[in-house]
Write a protein that binds this ligand. Structure first.
Ligand code: BG6
Length: 478
């Protein structure tokens, strides 16, 4: 369904995110017929460039980041015709009046702040001072949204001076992933799971986001962040919320975000013994973390595993184990929900018995897998064995399932439609930092060093103990 014609200004329009995600994403939506040709997309950045220069940059981005099946010369030309460029001085006056002349007041207007958070205030202020933004304009901001509670509150404060909460779209691109949204469909559109979705029936939950990439090339940013700030405070927190939240009364922005916020508020502080931090070592001719971060004394973690308890009626007694890291054995993101044992076994030979596990694969090979017990085939008596009920979305849904839009495509279209459901509200981000801060402060105060782990492994050995001592095991990363 096409959206209304809109004006979108991308501050940081020549940056990495714009080239890798925003421009290709907009192009794909244009190709799909969702973006009307009378929309206006303006790149705004510091470099001196004209419209044609920007179109050439966009063409190169499309060539590199859009698959050949969607690259059509005529469509690309039509898309590029919607593009323009304004050189802007975010901290001065240059370019703002020119920008004003390029955007319309009578259409949906969105401003994408794909710039360092230190510029949010300057840009927000100038959009108003130059009478460019109005009460119906929307702004889109990216992570990192602060690096602790105080800085997040300061950013929220700066934005709130010029825009109200209904105008602010804070992106967590995990929420735009098709399979992440599917978590809500699986939970709330089926009768099968929800009655069992509680501590009484669920033994524990594992959330894994394993990456094979190192931090090479972005070591300077990453070293100030680390896995806790880069992945746990935002993406993994969102996954945890979608699994743990109560059913919202409606699939509506505030109803969903209210329920997520309640989960974050119910998280217990994490004890130091429930955290394992790791840093990858050099190997296979590749530099280790310290070389990539260019900081030989760095204590920043490129891996973290932690046990999280939620103190509420639904989850008391069911730990959530979270782990994420760089340079691991495989790229895999999944949520595994392990159910408890039946109260009593009627079978003599319970050797083959294993717990039911519902695995939701977020990427790659999106799908679901339910591990169930059956009788081992054959005449050997009543022996038990476990088999997977495996569903790959691509196979089950055919072409539709294979052609999953990128998270950014979906989210940008939601901005234009004015749907905030998949964006983080200010209080949600602050609550997540309120929980994260003492954890980070704890290891900083103690001077904890991360454990080394081999690049290409499953992470530090100590992470295994985090579960072993509870009589549980991590699922294999593969
Ligand atoms: C980003 C992090 O937000 O998410 C990166 O800054 C990480 O460090 C990336 O690699 C992971 O996203 P995806 O979509 O590849 O799982």
């Amino acid at each position: 369904i096409p959206v209304e014609p809109f004006d979108l200004v991308v501050f940081g329009g020549t940056g990495d995110l714009a080239q890798r995600k925003i421009i290709p994403g907009l192009y794909r939506r244009f190709w799909a017929g969702q973006i009307p040709a009378d929309s206006v997309i303006i790149g705004a950045a510091r470099s001196g460039m004209d419209d044609d220069g920007y179109r050439a940059l966009a063409r190169a981005a499309i060539d590199e980041f859009v698959t050949a099946d969607k690259r059509d010369v005529a469509v690309i030309d039509a898309f590029l015709a919607t593009l323009g460029y304004v050189a802007i001085d975010a901290k001065g006056t240059g370019g703002w009046d020119a920008l004003k002349g390029r955007v319309r007041k009578n259409v949906v207007q969105a401003f994408y702040f794909s710039v360092a958070p230190s510029l949010f205030g300057d840009i927000a202020e100038r959009l108003h001072a130059h009478d460019i933004a109005g009460p119906n304009s929307r702004i889109v901001v990216e992570k990192p949204f602060g690096r602790d509670l105080a800085s997040a509150q300061a950013l929220n404060g700066v934005l709130a001076k010029h825009f109200n909460e209904a105008q602010i779209y804070r992106i967590d691109h995990y929420l735009g992933k098709e399979t992440v949204q599917n978590l809500m469909a699986v939970r709330f559109a089926n009768m099968l799971f929800e009655p069992l979705w509680k501590a009484e029936y669920i033994d524990h939950v594992q959330i894994t986001v394993a990456e094979t990439v190192s931090v090479d090339g972005r070591g300077a940013y990453y070293d100030k962040s680390g896995a806790m700030r880069d992945m746990v405070q935002n993406h993994m927190m969102q996954l945890l919320c979608l699994i743990a939240m109560e059913p919202p009364y409606h699939f509506d922005p505030d109803a969903v975000r209210d329920e997520k916020l309640k989960v974050i508020r119910a998280l217990d502080p994490v004890k130091p013994e429930d955290i394992v931090r790791g840093q990858y070592l050099a190997g296979d001719g590749q530099g280790g973390y310290l070389a990539h971060a260019e900081n030989k004394d760095s204590k920043t973690e490129s891996y973290i595993a932690l046990k999280v308890n939620i103190s509420n009626w639904r989850w008391k007694g069911t730990p959530f184990y979270l782990r994420t890291g760089k340079h691991l054995r495989a790229r895999t993101s999944e949520i595994a929900i392990t159910f408890r044992a039946p109260p009593h076994s009627i079978f003599d030979d319970a050797d083959g018995w294993r717990e039911n596990v519902l695995v939701i694969r977020l990427q790659p090979n999106e799908g679901m897998n339910l591990m169930v017990m059956i009788k081992e085939p054959g005449p050997g008596g009543m022996r038990l064995t476990q088999v997977p009920l495996d569903m790959s979305f691509a196979e089950a849904l055919g072409e539709e399932g294979a052609d999953i839009p990128d998270a950014y495509e979906r989210l940008i279209m939601d901005v234009i439609r004015g749907n905030q459901t998949l964006f983080m509200r200010g209080d949600e981000v602050e609550a997540a930092w309120r929980w994260t801060d003492p954890i980070i402060q704890g290891w900083e105060a103690r001077g904890d060093k991360p454990k080394g782990y081999d690049a290409g492994s499953s992470g530090p050995e100590d992470a295994l103990m985090l579960m072993h001592r509870d009589g549980r095991r991590w699922r294999e990363i593969r």
